[in-house]
Write a protein that binds this ligand. Structure first.
Ligand code: MV4
Length: 508
């Protein structure tokens, strides 16, 4: 592979100690790989996370502040101070928190600490959706028809919308994840929608710039994993199907997608590699596409971090993506080319959250009185909490990611049903029954779904009863919890709606 330029650092930076600027399952996941590689780890934690698994597992752990993310995990200054005083060679940001913060990446670099992620300029370019569109246009990556630049004149924008043809979508340049978007179906609604989108974008991002795209109705969300080194090597590691989501929150993902042909996969993979090259990408990244009913694909955005759903890619490729990130961050070449990869079988991920699918997926944080995760052939559980611990209300209420592998899609799905049925949780409501519903649904099993799956097919009434733990098990869980963790029915925490007590058990 050719070296693509002098701006790329080719010197080796040995990484012996990594600070993990995160918590929960992703911190645990990163620590595991570091320890396998003989790398020491530094955990950071907030006041309420002192007993969390990531803190216990790391070589050393330092408190960085109070419960609120803004007082701890988002405190770039304190995170860097800990990195400095512990002699960490590198920082792994995980996902969320500081992972897509270009200033933080830069600050690490300025402090002589390796940021395990792309260059700050790549984070910045992809964070600005109009800058990303400009790069993609130059790189020849297909996009939905629309404006490349942000547009502020409503008359001009209206004329362009007319030209593209309704329905159109107004998006925030600083947006992502669906914030600040407006669908417009009729010309007469355009001006009002544009004003609303600008106001929303200004208050959400402090940046009111918007642009316009043709609205792709009932698309599939298919994203490509890419990996790039500092020597000009870039490969894609196939796709993940992420269409099963609600309110921009993914719930079920799989790899590969049931609808891609080898030809389309190759074409989209090449587009993803071009997207990565266009912004000088280094490390693990994800290029998101929308795929319409005619299987035309359009660039949506690029995520400059390791993603939640990366385990399904690890299942089908056999790679450890965190190990690859660390190798690349230390300056090593990929050591493989596109032809070295083939899809091995099929993998499915279900995200298990402390949320109640019977009442609008309301978060249900609290003590995890029982947590017996499934295991056995082809089952992987990435959890950041354990039985006796607590799902705090301050952070994302994820309990774990459950992934299964099988030689075929059908086998992976059957294995997922078995694993979901094995999973025992008491103390909080979970999305397990919802995931079971998805695994059973004909639209999912036949592969004929879109991003509208949940709104089209799900209602709480569709959840089966009888999938919750029996009363005897719940009573035993509560008794064991009190016995092991010394908790009584005195409140453990409050969520503003009342106190949690070990006796407040939940079914399903
Ligand atoms: C779109 C779209 C349809 N057409 N763009 C949602 C989040 C942000 N990344 C962009 N999103 C969308 N962009 C065009 N031109 C539909 C969505 C969209 C969506 C995309 C993937 C998964 C779920 C979604 C839910 C609603 C809207």
């Amino acid at each position: 592979m050719a070296d693509s330029g002098s701006a790329l650092s080719t010197s080796l930076r040995p990484i012996r100690k990594v600070l993990i600027a995160n918590r929960g399952e992703i911190a645990v996941r990163i620590i595991r790989t570091c320890h396998e590689l003989g790398i020491e780890t530094v955990a950071i934690f907030s006041d309420i996370d002192a007993l969390a698994p990531h803190v216990r597992m790391a070589t050393e752990a330092w408190c960085v502040g109070g419960a609120a993310s803004a007082d701890s995990y988002l405190r770039a200054d304190r995170v860097l101070e800990v990195a400095r005083k512990t002699g960490a060679d590198a920082v792994h940001p995980g996902y969320g928190f500081l992972s897509e913060n270009a200033e933080f990446a830069e600050a690490c670099h300025d402090a002589g600490i390796v940021f395990i992620g792309p260059p700050a300029e790549a984070i910045r370019a992809m964070g600005d959706k109009t800058a990303a569109r400009k790069l993609m246009e130059k790189a020849g990556v297909p996009m939905a028809p629309g404006t490349v630049d942000a547009i502020d004149d409503a008359d001009e924008a209206g004329a362009i919308a007319q030209e593209i043809g309704f329905p159109i979508l107004i998006k925030a340049a600083a947006g992502g994840g669906g914030k600040g978007m407006r669908i417009v179906r009729r010309a007469e609604d355009f001006r009002g929608a544009m004003d609303a989108a600008r106001r929303e974008a200004t208050s959400a991002f402090g940046d009111g710039r918007v642009f316009i795209e043709k609205y792709i109705d009932e698309p599939r969300h298919i994203e490509f994993q890419i990996m790039a080194d500092t020597h000009g090597g870039v490969v894609h590691l196939f796709e993940r199907e992420c269409s099963i989501q609600r309110r921009h929150q993914k719930v079920v993902e799989e790899a590969p997608s049931a609808i891609l042909t080898p030809e389309l996969r190759a074409e989209m993979g090449e587009a993803a590699v071009s997207a990565a090259r266009s912004c000088g990408y280094v490390g693990a990244g994800t290029v998101e596409f929308l795929v319409d009913a005619d299987r035309r694909f359009y660039f949506m955005e690029m995520n400059t971090r390791l993603q939640v759903e990366h385990p399904v890619t690890e299942w089908i490729t056999g790679l450890d993506l965190v190990a690859e990130q660390i190798r690349v961050a230390s300056g090593e070449a990929l050591g493989y080319t596109q032809d070295d990869f083939a899809i091995h079988g099929h993998a499915v991920e279900c995200r298990v959250y402390a949320e109640d699918p019977r009442s609008g997926f309301l978060p249900d944080p609290g003590p995890l009185m029982r947590h017996v995760a499934p295991s056995g052939p082809g089952v992987r559980v990435d959890a950041g909490v354990e039985e006796g611990g607590t799902i705090p209300m301050e952070y994302d209420p994820m309990i774990s990611k459950l992934t299964t592998w099988g030689p075929t899609r059908d086998a992976a799905i059957r294995r997922m049903r078995r694993a979901l049925d094995e999973y025992e949780v008491a103390g909080v409501a979970t999305t397990i029954p919802f995931c079971r519903f998805v695994m059973d649904h004909e639209a999912f099993t036949s592969g004929t779904f879109s991003t509208h799956f949940v709104e089209q097919h799900f209602s709480p009434a569709a959840l089966k009863r009888g999938d919750e733990l029996p009363d005897e098990v719940l009573a035993m869980a509560a008794a064991m919890y009190v016995d092991q963790f010394g908790k009584t029915d005195t409140p453990l925490a409050t969520n503003g709606q009342g106190a949690f007590s070990p006796w407040r058990l939940r079914r399903g």
